[in-house]
Design a protein around this ligand. Structure first.
Ligand code: ATP
Length: 235
C-alpha cells in the first residue's frame, strides 16, 4: 500500500469529528471517499496531509509513520493536498501561485521543467501566467490549485471537492484531468459530494458515516449497492 490509515480518530476540541476510520490507498489507484455533510471526509484528508493531529491510530506512507509529522514534512514525503475551496493566493499571479507549490524543492532545473509540464497540461494557465489569480474563473482556479499541488512533485494527490461550484462542462474537464494524471502514475484520494462522479472515476471507494467507515469496496460494486444508490446517488 502507498498510504495506510489505521483506525484513526480526530477531535476538534470536544467534538469527535472522526472516531474510527481506516483507509488504504494502493499505488497507482484512485480512491474516493464519499459521505454526507459532516461525515468526516475533509477531516480525513486533513489528517492525511498533517494539517490536523490525530488522537488515535496511525498513518503510514510507503510503510513509514507520518502521523506525527508537520504538514510541510508530509509534503516533502510526496503527499500534496488540493484543499476544499482551492485556497489559491488571490493577489499573486498564476505563475507565482504555481511556484509556491515547489517551495520545498531545491532542484531548480527540474522545477522549470515541471512548470512547463503544468503549462502543457493546462494551456489556459500558460496564457494567463501573469494574470492575478483572483481574476480567474472557478474552473481555472481549480486547475491552478491542481497545478500548484503538482509542482511539489507528489506521489499521492489529495483532492477535496474539486467539482464544487463548477458548471457541468467544467466538472467533466476536471474529471478527465484527474484520469490523465492518474494514468501517468499518480495515486489520488478524491473526496466528493458528487458521489456519481466519484464512483465513476475511482477504482476503490469508502463511504463515511458520522466519523466511521460505513462501507468500502471496488467503486463499481458500491455503485450497484442498494444503500449507496438510495443514500448517495439519489436513485
Ligand atoms: P462536508 O461535506 O459538509 O464538508 P465532511 O464530511 O467533509 O463534510 P468534516 O468537514 O470533516 O465533514 O467534518 C466532520 C465533523 O467535524 C463535523 O461534525 C463538523 O461539524 C466537525 N468539524 C469540522 N471542522 C471543524 C472545526 N474547525 N471545528 C469544530 N468542528 C469541526
Amino acid at each position: 500500500m502507498l498510504l495506510e490509515m489505521r483506525k484513526i480518530a480526530v477531535n476538534y476540541g470536544k467534538i469527535n469529528a472522526i472516531r474510527d476510520i481506516s483507509i488504504a490507498v494502493p499505488e497507482g489507484k484512485i480512491v474516493t471517499i464519499i459521505g454526507g455533510n459532516g461525515a468526516g471526509k475533509t477531516t480525513t484528508l486533513r489528517a492525511m496531509s498533517g494539517m490536523i493531529p490525530i488522537v488515535a491510530g496511525e498513518i503510514l506512507f510507503e510503510g513509514t509513520r507520518i502521523d506525527h509529522l508537520p504538514a510541510h514534512k508530509v509534503v516533502a514525503h510526496g503527499i500534496a493536498h488540493v484543499p476544499e475551496g482551492r485556497r489559491i493566493f488571490k493577489d499573486m499571479t498564476v505563475e507565482e501561485n504555481l511556484r509556491t507549490g515547489a517551495f520545498l524543492r531545491r532542484d531548480k532545473p527540474e522545477i522549470e521543467r515541471d512548470l512547463e509540464q503544468v503549462y502543457d497540461r493546462f494551456p489556459r494557465l500558460r496564457e494567463r501566467r501573469v494574470q492575478r489569480a483572483q481574476t480567474m474563473s472557478g474552473g481555472e482556479q481549480q486547475m491552478l490549485a491542481i497545478g500548484r499541488a503538482l509542482m511539489s512533485k507528489p506521489r499521492l494527490l489529495l483532492m477535496d471537492e474539486p467539482s464544487m461550484g463548477l458548471a457541468p462542462v467544467i466538472v467533466e474537464e476536471i474529471a478527465r484531468i484527474i484520469e490523465e494524471i492518474n494514468a501517468q502514475g499518480l495515486s489520488v484520494v478524491l473526496v466528493e459530494q458528487n458521489a456519481e462522479l466519484a464512483l465513476e472515476l475511482a477504482h476503490h471507494a469508502y463511504v463515511l458515516e458520522t466519523g466511521n467507515t460505513a462501507m468500502e469496496g471496488p467503486a463499481h460494486e458500491l455503485r450497484g449497492n442498494e444503500h449507496v444508490r438510495a443514500a448517495y446517488l439519489g436513485l
